[in-house]
Design a protein around this ligand. Structure first.
Ligand code: PLP
Length: 367
């Protein structure tokens, strides 16, 4: 068996190459390169696919989250509840708005924000909850929305890793008041460069972020807000429009592959496959296992030609960039334990059953 990389685009990209080249050519010939027909079509198509009324294409996932929070008109120092074990972008979106992240530990089984720990963190300054659907599995959104409604808080979903995932049959990115997602190339729906989107059912928030991403302007050369340039790239919108036709098929493939991992690896002492919540349809952006023999297993698999990665080795509260928040080791033990035990195995559309079975065999041999 030849080497198995942690991730590869080749399965997806060889399938659509002729169509993608046509997108490039049409774009080139269009003579219109920013906020044109591709962007308009993608925004409509993505909103429809994500079961929301509106979507706004933006420059990347971090900007989608920054603009979503900016649209809410919060005050400096207001508090946002966020999981203690997320990717750094969720936290940057908060602090770049002069807001304060208030960390809540995840449910150790799902890696996702534990709704039962939210209430004790709510203060008079709390204005929003920012749940993150980590690795492709939805948070328990019904419980989170219930708390938000009770305490009059906004909900901003970070849906960067969970395109197409559902909870109780309702899609992630359609629960919150305003939500951000990323189309970074390696995400389930990925551009060939930088892109992101905001989804919402609220027309006021929709109109505001649509203006904010384009210099705060609704009408050319008339500026209603102090906006930014966070426009989506017209070429990327064309690519995403095409890839959107394939995303459900690619998600099915991810789920089939994950099933093989789970069937083969469920009964190993000292090793845990992802826990799947009974109400969640997991889209396996990443296949993250837990073991306290992580470093040894990683090294062993590397020697067999199998790529793995760690998502993520350092939780936000222990990052150098956030020393200013004043946290220490031990403050969020679940996030820290997950950072020490988690390991992501290769999983991507185009990977073969034989490749997954090979990885399984090596893991079984290791243990
Ligand atoms: C990728 C990612 C982002 C940021 O997206 P970019 O497009 O890279 O800016 C935000 N949140 C999470 C959870 C992500 O995985």
């Amino acid at each position: 068996m030849s080497d198995i990389p942690f991730f590869s685009f080749s399965g997806m990209h060889s399938q659509i190459k002729p169509e993608i080249l046509k997108v490039f050519e049409d774009f080139y010939d269009s003579n219109w390169y920013v906020l044109g027909k591709n962007t308009e079509e993608f925004e409509l198509n993505f909103a429809e696919w994500n079961d929301v009324k509106y979507s706004v294409g933006v420059s990347n996932g971090l900007d989608a989250l920054i603009l979503s929070l900016k649209a809410l008109n919060l005050k400096d120092g207001d508090e946002i509840i966020v999981p203690s074990n997320t990717y750094i972008a969720s936290i940057l979106a908060i602090t770049h708005n002069n807001l304060v992240p208030v960390f809540v530990e995840p449910d150790e089984r799902t890696f996702n924000l534990d709704p039962s720990l939210i209430k004790e963190k709510i203060t008079s300054k709390t204005k929003a909850i920012l749940p993150v659907h980590l690795f492709g599995q939805s948070c328990e959104m019904d419980k989170i929305m219930e708390i938000a409604n009770k305490y009059n808080l906004y909900v901003i979903e970070d849906n960067a890793q969970a395109h197409g995932a559902t909870y109780k049959s309702k899609k992630t990115g359609s629960w919150g008041h305003i939500n951000g997602t990323s189309f970074y190339p390696g995400k389930n729906l990925g551009a060939l460069g930088e892109a992101g989107a905001i989804t919402t059912n609220n027309i006021k928030l929709f109109e505001k972020v649509k203006a904010l991403r384009n210099y705060g302007s609704e009408k050319k050369y008339y500026n209603k807000y102090q906006g930014v340039n966070n426009r989506i790239d017209e070429l990327q919108a064309g690519v995403l429009n095409l890839k959107l036709k394939y995303i459900d098929q690619w998600t099915d493939e991810r789920q089939e592959l994950a099933k093989i991992y789970i069937e083969n690896l469920s009964n190993i002492e000292g090793f845990e496959v992802p826990y799947i919540h009974s109400e969640a349809d997991h889209v396996f952006h990443l296949f993250v296992v837990k073991t306290n023999k992580r470093e040894e297993l990683m090294e062993y698999l590397k020697n067999k030609g199998i790529g793995t990665l760690i998502h993520y080795p350092v939780p936000p509260h222990l990052q150098e960039a956030y020393q200013t928040l004043g946290y220490q080791k031990g403050d969020f033990p679940i996030a820290e334990r997950l950072a020490n035990n988690c390991l992501s195995l290769p999983l991507y559309p185009g990977m073969t059953n034989q490749q997954i079975e090979f990885v399984c065999k090596k893991i079984i041999n290791f243990f």
